[in-house]
Write a protein that binds this ligand. Sequence first.
Ligand SMILES: NC(=O)c1ccc[n+]([C@@H]2O[C@H](COP(=O)([O-])OP(=O)(O)OC[C@H]3O[C@@H](n4cnc5c(N)ncnc54)[C@H](O)[C@@H]3O)[C@@H](O)[C@H]2O)c1
Ligand SMILES: [Zn+2]
Length: 351
Amino acid sequence: MKTVRLHWKGKAEESVVICRKNALKFLGQTLQSSNTRAFVFTDTNVLSLYGKKIKRTLPDIPVFAMEAGEEHKNGETLFSLLSAMAKAELHRNSVLIALGGGVVGDVGGLAASLYMRGIDCIQVPTTLLAQVDSSVGGKTAIDFCGVKNLVGAFHQPVRVYVGPDFLKTLPMREIRCGLGEIVKHAALDKELFDELVSREVFDLEFLGEIVPKNIEIKAAVVRKDPQEKGLRRCLNLGHTTAHAIELNESTLSHGECVLLGILYESRIARTHVPCDKSYLDELEGLCRRVLSCDISSFDVPSFAQSSVLDKKNTGKGIKLVVPTFKGEYAEIELSLEEYTRELARIRGELC
Ligand SMILES: NC(=O)c1ccc[n+]([C@@H]2O[C@H](COP(=O)([O-])OP(=O)(O)OC[C@H]3O[C@@H](n4cnc5c(N)ncnc54)[C@H](O)[C@@H]3O)[C@@H](O)[C@H]2O)c1
Ligand SMILES: [Zn+2]
């Protein structure tokens, strides 16, 4: 078992992240001894895979399942959940358990932040992406008016229970999706990078082992900058280009877009900032290994125009967080014209 404690800057509260086998059983035992009224929020896929286990380990706790999928991460689902919470007569001291991937975590976290002006939320992330990324950091949201994550709040979970057992039922696409964020963390952390380049990245046992390290990397950043005012921007490494791709290419998962984003932005780094080129070659090799597809088939430059819509680009230029040396990054700003030119040049190199 591995426990990571997250103290939030200037605040008395903390989140505790518990990584262990049989995480759900352990959560059930903890709840039984605490006498807290609880409510489980999940999605239809997770319920069909883990419904029996949920009933067995969290007996007598009401369960509400949303339709699975990003297209249901909306106001309708949020208010259905809030209604179900009200019907279950949750009160100020109750706890909402968000058991699922990032979608469940985001909607559940937001509902917990709103219900009675905020009740406790426990996250039980069941996808690799949710385990290494979305369940830690307290960002919650729904998509609104066609804009992803437009309505949301910061609401730190009191506890996060991370179980490697959940990874066994994940489709390959979801594993690759989580690996996108893991490679991003590896670009920020030397030790994780060395581990990833020397191991079989799709091995579930290995992935289960490195989840706590990933949580520590994200937590170390979030702890210093919980409201995303400065340092937390490093978690956007590769993401400007990833978001540009994502807006136009619906067949790729977020993680795949992140891997392509890191690959393109590492090539931008070579021409704009001091960097270690042989390290960037290795990082690119890692992205290619995880992507395992023909990179030249994606017309990344034609997606570039969309990046002006990226909410992080508040000024005129395109802001990028690019990898430079092992464990290091740089923030750079390019004009839209220069950025588009660079992407076209890189696509030419890759084809
Ligand atoms: N809050 C944050 O900081 C943050 C960070 C990154 C991403 N996100 C959000 O997370 C969401 C993406 O999360 P995601 O990739 O987990 O997607 P998801 O929640 O849609 O899950 C992906 C699919 O896997 C299924 N699933 C979940 N657990 C499973 C399991 N153990 N076995 C088999 N199938 C399982 C789900 O039902 C779904 O069909 C996006 O909405 C994104 O905006 C939030
Ligand atoms: Zn991401």
